[in-house]
Structure formats: structure tokens, C-alpha cells
Write a protein that binds this ligand. Structure first.
Ligand SMILES: *Cc1c(COP(=O)(O)O)cnc(C)c1O
Length: 391
């Protein structure tokens, strides 16, 4: 068989067989609509309640604080637009960061066109925001602070509990996109003072197209999808029963024995990072050295085009991701890499490897071997590199 190594787990993950097993009945014989009143449909309703309880428990939330959505993009949109519209009378100022996912950034840009004011906090060279800058940005018009829990490109984990404390002290709602943190970090919404939190199933070995917004009791949000009375009238649309069941199972698996998994996966990450930094010249690691996701390795190779690198890795059977937004049809380098201060030409030569539960050490050795060859071949073709070599 052809080589196939999947190290793009920050983009999506493989469905776990245990998750599929739990979903199967709801894709086959248990097709009742949870809103129907006959007994047959009751199983669908119970399955949803059970998933809701599992998810709530994983984050120390109450079941009624978990509202199912189509994923994290919807949850991010809803949290931000929802608070913005609900609190319009109180204020029009939102604080977020320069390194959010586009589901947040494009939402705040949309709100700016409607008269909202948005502060985009800087991050330092490791990708961390400054708590002082955050507190200084708060005005009497501030209604929401939205900070990504752990960054999807460079893996940096923010001081979420401290941010929650600042938000609470000033009586401002705190939203976090926790997609990448789930299963990597213990999350306790009460302890961390989180008011709203976006989640998705497909980044933790669950199905695509299902996620949730955690909304703390007492937080008033306009419904985002209008229609039927599902989710207590807060999110209309017939529930994705099988998806929700799979989501529940995936979260349960992802949040049990986190420490063990983190240990195993960070070993792969560190093996990869250490070998690449040691064996390939003109390389830098992006993101915080220690305050980072256990599965994330983002490095920049000077004198290299990230897209060429990805294509050659693909030919070697390796699925990875670059630091540029090229996949979305633009050639601009990643806003995250620019925010940590990388010049365009270095940001362009970036490679994100994100490990997962299915990866092995042998795969890491194979990736590094291939990378060494590919990087030196690409550099041989680069006129910039030729100049460096001559000096
Ligand atoms: C993948 C991702 C999203 C989008 O989630 P979907 O469920 O695919 O809409 C949002 N935020 C972060 C940080 C992500 O990594």
C-alpha cells in the first residue's frame, strides 16, 4: 500500500470506531424525530440528553448550559453576534485578539460594519496576549471579551483563568473558542469563569457538522437560528441525533485520562521538533515552547515556499498543513504568523504538523527523513539560498 501519514489533526481527525459504533443505531433503526410525542421517538430524545450530560460533565457545566450547533463556526458566530445584539444598549465594544480563528475574526469584522468597535489585542513573539493590555483596553462600553483558548496554528495556550478573572471583575462576558484545547487541557468553565465556549466534534475524533455552544446560566442570548422550538427555543432545527451522540462519545473519550494522552502525544511532538531543529539548518519554532498544545509543531524553514513543501510532502504520502491561508484561495501569509512578528518571507515557509492519537514514532522518523530531503532540494532551487551559501 502507498504510504499514508496523517498529521493534520488540527484540521480534522479520524472518526474513532467506538464513536461510530455509538452513532450507528441513530443512522439506522432509531430514526425518530426527538420532537415527536410517540414512544418510538423517545430513544432519540434520551440519546441527546445523555450526550448533553456527558459533555456538560466534561467541562464542569450543567446540561442545560450546553446547546448543540452545527459546529464551532456557528458557535463562534452565535456567541459574538448574540452578545453584541443582546447588549447593544449597554455598549458596542468588543475585545478580541489578532490570532483568533476566522470564525471569530470575520464575525467581529462584520459587526464593525454595523457600528461595533473592536479592539484586536496584540500577542508577543510566542503568541501570548498581555493581561495588562487586555485590562487597559476595557471601557464602560465593553460587552464581550473573546479569546481563543489554544491557537490552531501555533498551539499557544492563553492564560484563560486569568482572563476570566479580569472579565468577571469588570462584569464583562467572556467567550472562548476552545476547539483545539479540548482533550489537551483540563477545562473547568466554573473555575475559569467562562461564560460562553465554542466546541466542535470533528477535532476530537467525532463526526463533522456538530458542535456546541456552552452558555452559562443567566447569560441572555438571542436565538441565532430561528424556527422550531428545539434546544428550548434557543437553536431551531431538527437535531443531528447521530452526530450529537457521536459528539458526546468523542468528548467523553477525549477528556478521560488527559494527562496520559498529553504525555504520549507530546513525546511525538518533541521528538519531531527536536530532530528538525537539530538536523535542518535555518529553522525556527513558532509558538510558545512550553505553553503549547501537546500535538502542535509549527516551524518555519527559511528560503522555502510552504506550498511547494506541502506538495512534496503530499507526494511522499504525508498530509500536513502550511502556515499560509493559501488553501482558502489567498496567498497572504497567515495572520497568526504575522501577529507573532514573522516577516512575510519567513511566514511563507511554515509547516504545521499536528499529531493525534493514531500517530507513531516511526511516522515521526519518516517525516523528518523526508523533510530533510525535500527542504534541501527546494533550497537548491532557491536563488536566495544560493546567496546565503556563497557567504
Ligand atoms: C476548526 C476550528 C473551528 C471551526 O470549527 P467547525 O466545527 O469546523 O466549524 C473554529 N475554531 C478553531 C480554533 C478551529 O480549530
Amino acid at each position: 500500500m502507498d504510504k499514508f501519514i496523517y498529521v493534520d489533526n488540527a484540521a480534522t481527525t479520524r472518526l474513532k470506531p467506538e464513536v461510530l459504533d455509538e452513532m450507528m443505531p441513530y443512522l439506522t433503526e432509531e430514526y425518530g424525530n426527538p420532537s415527536s410525542i410517540y414512544k418510538y421517538a423517545n430513544n432519540s430524545k434520551i440519546a441527546i440528553d445523555c450526550a448533553r450530560e456527558k459533555i456538560a460533565k466534561a467541562f464542569n457545566a450543567e446540561p442545560k448550559e450546553i446547546i448543540f450547533t452545527s459546529g464551532a463556526s456557528e458557535a463562534d458566530n452565535w456567541a459574538i453576534k448574540g452578545i453584541a445584539y443582546s447588549l447593544r444598549k449597554k455598549g458596542n465594544h468588543i475585545i478580541t485578539t489578532k490570532i483568533e480563528h476566522h470564525a471569530v475574526l470575520h464575525t467581529t469584522e462584520f459587526l464593525e460594519k454595523q457600528g461595533y468597535e473592536v479592539t484586536y489585542l496584540d500577542v508577543d513573539e510566542n503568541g501570548l496576549i498581555s493581561l495588562e493590555q487586555l485590562e487597559a483596553a476595557i471601557t464602560d462600553k465593553t460587552i464581550l471579551i473573546s479569546v481563543i483558548f489554544a491557537n490552531n496554528e501555533i498551539g499557544t495556550i492563553q492564560p484563560i483563568k486569568e482572563i476570566g478573572e479580569i472579565a468577571k471583575k469588570h462584569g464583562i462576558y467572556f467567550h472562548t473558542d476552545a476547539v483545539q484545547a479540548v482533550g489537551n487541557v483540563e477545562i473547568d468553565v466554573k473555575d475559569m469563569n467562562i461564560d460562553l465556549m465554542s466546541l466542535t466534534a470533528h477535532k476530537v475524533y467525532g463526526p463533522k457538522g456538530v458542535g456546541a455552544l456552552y452558555v452559562k446560566k443567566g447569560v441572555k442570548l438571542y436565538p441565532f437560528i430561528h424556527g422550531g422550538g428545539q434546544e428550548k427555543g434557543r437553536r431551531a432545527g431538527t437535531e443531528n441525533v447521530a452526530g450529537i451522540v457521536g459528539f458526546g462519545k468523542a468528548i467523553e473519550l477525549a477528556t478521560t485520562s488527559i494527562a496520559e494522552k498529553v504525555k504520549k502525544i507530546s513525546e511525538l511532538r518533541d521528538l519531531y521538533i527536536d530532530t528538525v531543529l537539530k538536523e535542518i539548518p535555518y529553522v525556527r519554532l513558532n509558538g510558545h515552547r512550553t505553553q503549547r498544545l501537546c500535538n502542535n509543531a509549527n516551524v518555519s524553514f527559511r528560503y522555502i515556499e510552504g506550498e511547494a513543501l506541502l506538495l512534496m510532502l503530499d507526494m511522499a504520502g504525508i498530509c500536513a498543513s502550511s502556515g499560509s491561508a493559501c488553501t482558502s484561495g489567498s496567498l497572504d501569509p497567515s495572520h497568526v504568523l504575522l501577529a507573532i512578528g514573522l516577516p512575510h518571507e519567513i511566514a511563507h515557509g511554515s509547516l504545521r504538523i499536528s499529531f493525534g492519537d493514531f500517530n507513531t514514532k516511526d511516522e515521526v522518523y519518516y517525516i523528518v527523513e523526508k523533510l530533510k530531503g525535500i527542504v534541501s532540494r527546494l533550497r537548491e532551487m532557491s536563488p536566495l539560498y544560493e546567496n546565503v551559501e556563497r557567504k
